[in-house]
Design a protein around this ligand. Structure first.
Ligand SMILES: [Cu+2]
Length: 111
C-alpha cells in the first residue's frame, strides 16, 4: 500500500513537471492561384497558422516584404499539398510574401 502511494506520488510529480502543452488556437491560409487566402488574417496571440499550397508550383511563406525579408519565419519553397506552420507568440502585424513571386504579399495581424 505504501509503495503504491509513493508510485502515485511520483507519477503526480512527473505529470506536474512535464512541459505544459498549451492548447493554442489554429488557423489556416490557402495558397491558391498565386494568392494567399485570406490575404489579411487576424488571430489571437499564441495561434498556430498553417499555410497549405494548392498550386502545382513552388511557393514560400517568408516573413517581411520582398527585398526586405524579416527573420521571424521562412518556409523555404514547398509545392502542392505541402504545408508550413508558424506560431505567432507576439502581438503585431506581420507581413509575409513569396520569394519567387514578389507580388504575392499578405499579412497576419496578431492581437
Ligand atoms: Cu510563389
Amino acid at each position: 500500500m505504501r509503495a503504491r502511494l509513493i508510485a502515485t506520488a511520483l507519477l503526480a510529480v512527473a505529470y506536474l513537471t512535464a512541459s505544459p502543452v498549451l492548447a493554442g488556437e489554429t488557423a489556416k491560409i490557402d495558397i491558391k492561384l498565386f494568392q494567399f487566402k485570406p490575404k489579411e488574417l487576424e488571430v489571437k496571440k499564441g495561434t498556430t497558422v498553417t499555410w497549405t499550397n494548392d498550386d502545382a508550383i513552388e511557393h514560400s511563406v517568408t516573413a517581411g516584404k520582398p527585398g526586405k525579408a524579416a527573420q521571424d519565419f521562412d518556409s523555404g519553397f514547398f509545392t502542392k499539398g505541402g504545408s508550413f506552420s508558424h506560431t505567432f507568440d507576439a502581438a503585431g502585424r506581420f507581413t509575409y510574401f513569396c520569394k519567387r513571386h514578389p507580388n504575392m504579399q499578405a499579412a497576419v495581424k496578431v492581437d
